[in-house]
Ligand binder design. Structure first.
Ligand code: GSH
Length: 216
């Protein structure tokens, strides 16, 4: 059965691939699973039909037969568990790859989201100029640790996995901030993720929603 995911009808990032449907699209492309996309407006996301799928009125969601899921991490994990290509077969390596998925979402993404809030929503606050450098230093703490762990490896733990997919997408949210550039091995890691054919297909598909042109 072809799964259906939801994505923004008009993404605030103007097709830069930062919305979280991109992670799900990327995972689906990595495992070679065709999918459909239902676009939702901000208004529709808060209406009962969508709230029945997503209790917080957000995207992405994932529907496959009588299964409906929300939370990008849970969706990518579901895809990775049921299809080859995103999790190693060996049990311990698989568990470690899953740890990296959680690390991306629970340890690295929170300070990055805090910065986003500071930049976008706290623009007019008098204390913003004092808060932003502190938030950015908290990101640097995490990136320094991550950079040390990655070293000169291509991926976080052996072959590319759902852990890398999630981490690369989380780090992409720093695009344009200049912070990622302070860690050349992390910049190169993100570039490796973006160079994957599956990433490119997913990116083109979400960009096409914004431009209205079909992906080439
Ligand atoms: N933790 C959730 C976050 C979902 C989320 O924040 N989605 C954003 C788009 S990337 C959204 O729907 N924002 C609109 C809103 O919250 O009203 C996940 O990973 O799926």
């Amino acid at each position: 059965m072809t799964p259906t995911i939801t994505a923004f009808e008009r993404s605030p990032d103007r097709g830069r691939g930062l919305a979280r449907d991109m992670r799900v699209r990327w995972a689906l492309e990595e495992v070679g699973l065709p999918y459909k996309v239902r676009l939702v407006s901000f208004k529709a996301m808060k209406e009962p039909a969508h709230l029945a799928l997503h209790p917080f009125g957000q995207i992405p969601t994932f529907e496959e037969g009588d299964l409906a899921l929300f939370e990008s991490g849970a969706i990518v994990f579901h895809i990775a568990e049921r299809h080859a290509g995103l999790l190693p077969d060996e049990a311990n390596a698989r568990a470690r790859a899953i740890s990296w998925m959680f690390a991306a979402l629970n340890t690295v993404e929170p300070p990055i989201l805090e910065r986003q809030t500071a930049v976008l929503l706290e623009r007019d606050e008098t204390w913003r100029e004092q808060r932003l450098p502190m938030v950015e230093d908290r990101i640097r703490d995490r990136l320094g640790e991550l950079s040390g762990r990655l070293g000169d490896a291509d991926w976080l733990d052996g072959a590319f996995s759902a852990g890398d997919l999630m981490m690369v997408h989380v780090l992409l949210r720093l695009s344009g901030s200049g912070i990622l550039d302070e860690y050349p091995n992390l910049s190169a890691y993100v570039a490796r993720g973006e160079a994957r054919p599956a990433y490119k297909r997913a990116f083109a598909a979400q960009l096409a929603v914004f431009t209205g042109k079909s992906p080439t």
